[in-house]
Ligand binder design. Structure first.
Ligand code: ADP
Ligand code: MG
Ligand code: MG
Ligand code: MG
Ligand code: MG
Ligand code: MG
Length: 665
């Protein structure tokens, strides 16, 4: 997203009157985009990453590390005063949900394989953000860290806001998060409030608590309050023994991630790429696990995904097929207008979730693989398959008709009426609040075959947890790039279709603590054979097995195709006359060694650090001092500082030494 347009966002009671208007016009905008862009072909494999950071402040006097809600001005500066400087260095900064967050991308996408350039670009982004934050001249150190989750988010003193509870947090009504954590732009508090209002209750997230010898039976941070009725009465019912309870959007959208977007040559290949990546998403969620703590408690899971899913789950009790928490105050239709109650659907997943449907449209696809129950908007489906502009096939129509079961969450007063021939805000309103593990990005109406200045058909890979170092983030980005190039190059031989229900199960499995070491996932037995045949494999086997492994079937063939190796990526280690190929070797080695369990995941590493901390008291609780030390350690690792042997602990001796001796800037 670019810098945000100004305007007046409507509250739920106002905006919901326009739900159908947004959907109806959004679909016309989609049809017009297809008219414009369906014929595009031969588009370059452009691609780019997005890295998210948390601005953290170290208060050494009180030994506390906090999220800074006071430095968001830096984002404005990066897009005004420093805009030219950023552009020259090919970096661009974007707003995110949290006032303490930054997102950064290359200003211009990469073109095909760029290897180490990706890491250099990430390094520049971090250096620019660090430098500009320093210019604020605070007495405390203020730094951007690419942490997936801030360990003590939602506990006492977790921000640098002076009086977070000096006023009521009306947008979220959270027991734990003041509204100061939310981006100041009116879109974000409105989004927060509208999700809650539509749902009819605060959002509710229960993450299993890590069970240690002195772990309390319930989440001890829940407290009584009587600012908001009924919201303040909900936690007693919504929280569960043995779980960490969270009650607001910021717990999820305040997590960071690493996303990648790839342009395919044409729409058919984009659909094929999307479908082929479907089951890689849960695998790479597990493989990048970096979230062992939520709200100051060790969790019995390793990733952020279901926390975000819960954090933006605007479904009413009826849609979720459960009774309302407090029937005295809420009915099962939440904030749905009375005239819309009759058409309410049962919806089995949050709008933030694993993908629902394959897109199809190629020789390998069979509709039987879409074997899960997925609600669709019938009216939208009918319009897409039967209209005078562009006829969709049923599989593609079903995808968009599913996205369009959702209501728009934020509508700007000034943007209600749009030109469907040239604008796409109504379509994007629905599309961009369907946060799935992959996103099928549709070109605009102007992206005609001869207008290559407008982006074409793109697929976004969204599951990965962001890592502390640019080296790691570049490693995962390059690996996924090579995977995508392999898929697009060997497209006549790779048939990755399997039953969607197995992909959904993989997504659940990916959450479990140390899933990389202990769990098994459904994985294709043989990509050449197809037939949807899978077997249950460990992450190690998924990466390394001879017949269907990621290295053996995707990475080695594409590296050989590019003439970089003969048989195996491990040959790259011998390319001592080419520093860039040596670095590629270490990117792949990091991922391979984590997959085989030789190196810990970041989640495992941080958990182990906490469990061994002298102040840890076996209650699963992460104190202010432990949090402070975790953050300091994270900072050292980010800067390849091995003074406390932490770099060696996370990366092993060989890789740690390589990183110390081979800084890229
Ligand atoms: P969003 O937040 O909607 O995913 P961003 O603009 O934050 O979008 O990120 C999009 C990513 O796609 C960036 O890394 C950008 O460099 C990259 N990108 C831009 N143009 C193209 C293109 N034509 N094809 C592929 N990727 C692109
Ligand atoms: Mg973005
Ligand atoms: Mg983002
Ligand atoms: Mg985003
Ligand atoms: Mg994105
Ligand atoms: Mg969904």
């Amino acid at each position: 997203m670019g810098l945000l347009s100004l305007g007046t966002p409507l509250s739920w009671s106002e905006s919901s009157k326009y739900n159908e208007h947004v959907r109806e016009n959004g679909i016309e905008q989609l049809l017009n985009s297809f008219c414009g862009a369906a014929g595009r072909d031969g588009d370059e494999l452009y691609w780019g990453d997005e890295v998210e950071y948390m601005i953290c402040e170290f208060d050494d006097a009180s030994e506390n590390a906090v999220l800074s809600v006071k430095h968001d001005e830096v984002l404005v500066q990066l897009n005004t005063t420093y805009q030219a400087e950023c552009d020259r260095q090919n970096v661009h900064f974007h707003p995110e949900y949290g006032r303490f967050m930054l997102e950064a991308t290359p200003a211009r996408p990469y073109k095909q394989y760029e290897g180490v350039e990706v890491e250099k670009n990430m390094r520049v982004r971090r250096a620019v953000a660090e430098q500009k934050l320093k210019l604020f001249g605070d007495k405390n150190e203020v730094v951007p860290l690419s942490l997936t989750v801030f360990p003590r988010m939602g506990r006492e003193n977790f921000t640098n806001s002076e009086a977070p509870w000096g006023h009521k947090n009306a947008a979220s009504r959270s027991l734990f998060l003041p509204d100061e954590v939310i981006n100041r732009h009116a879109r974000f508090p409105t989004l927060t409030a509208n999700i809650r209002t539509r749902r009819g209750e605060k959002v509710c997230i229960n993450v299993p608590m890590y069970q240690d010898v002195a772990t309390p039976e319930t989440d001890t941070s829940i407290r009584e309050r009587n600012w908001f009725v009924p919201e303040d009465l909900e936690s007693a019912r919504a929280s569960k023994p043995g779980f960490i309870y969270m009650d607001s959007m910021g717990f999820g959208m305040g997590c960071s991630c690493l996303q990648l977007t790839f342009q395919a040559p044409n729409i058919d290949k984009a659909r094929y790429l999307y479908d082929t990546l479907v089951n890689f998403a849960p695998i790479f969620l597990a493989a990048t696990a970096a979230s062992p703590v939520f709200k100051g408690f060790l969790a019995d899971q390793d990733v952020r995904w279901n926390v975000i899913a819960g954090a933006v789950d605007d479904r009413t009790p009826f849609e979720r097929s459960v009774p309302p928490l407090l029937p005295k105050y809420n009915n099962e239709y939440g904030g749905i207008a009375p005239e819309d109650v009759a058409s309410a659907l049962r919806i089995n997943k949050s709008r933030y979730s694993v993908v629902d449907l394959y897109l199809g449209g190629n020789q390998f696809f069979d509709s039987k693989y879409n074997d899960t129950e997925v609600a669709i908007n019938r009216k939208v489906f009918q319009r897409l398959v039967d209209n005078e502009k562009f006829s969709f096939d049923e599989d593609l129509a079903r995808h968009f008709a599913h996205l369009f079961i959702r209501d728009p969450l934020v509508i700007f007063q000034e943007r209600i009426n749009q030109d469907n021939e040239t604008e796409t805000d109504h379509f994007e309103n629905i599309q961009s609040t369907n946060w799935q593990s992959l996103r099928f990005k549709v070109p605009s109406q102007s992206a005609t075959p001869d207008n290559k200045s407008a982006p074409g058909w793109r697929v976004e890979f969204r599951p990965m947890e962001v890592q502390l170092t640019d080296f790691e983030n570049a490693a995962y980005s390059n690996l996924i790039y090579l995977l995508v190039e392999a898929i697009l190059t060997f497209d006549d031989k790779i048939n990755a279709y399997m039953y969607m229900s197995e992909v959904w199960q993989n997504m659940e499995t990916a959450h479990r603590r140390d899933a990389t070491l202990n769990e098994k996932f459904y994985w294709i037995t043989d990509f050449a054979e197809g037939q949807g045949k899978t077997q249950l494999l460990s992450i190690d086997e998924i990466f390394h097995n001879q017949r269907s492994g990621i290295f053996t079937n995707f990475i080695n063939p594409i590296l050989a195709h590019k003439g970089l190796i003969v048989k195996s990526w491990t040959e790259l280690k011998e390319k001592t006359d080419n520093e860039d190929l040596i670095r590629l070797y270490y990117y792949l080695k990091l991922i391979s060694d984590r997959a085989s369990g030789k190196l810990p995941s970041l989640a495992n590493f941080i958990r182990t650090y906490i469990l061994n901390h002298t102040e840890y008291d076996q209650t699963s609780s992460v104190s202010q001092k432990i949090n402070y030390d975790v953050l300091h350690m994270s900072y050292r690792i980010t800067h390849y500082d091995n003074s406390k042997n932490e770099l060696s602990g996370l990366f092993g001796e060989e890789l740690a030494n390589y990183l110390i001796n081979n800084s890229i800037l």
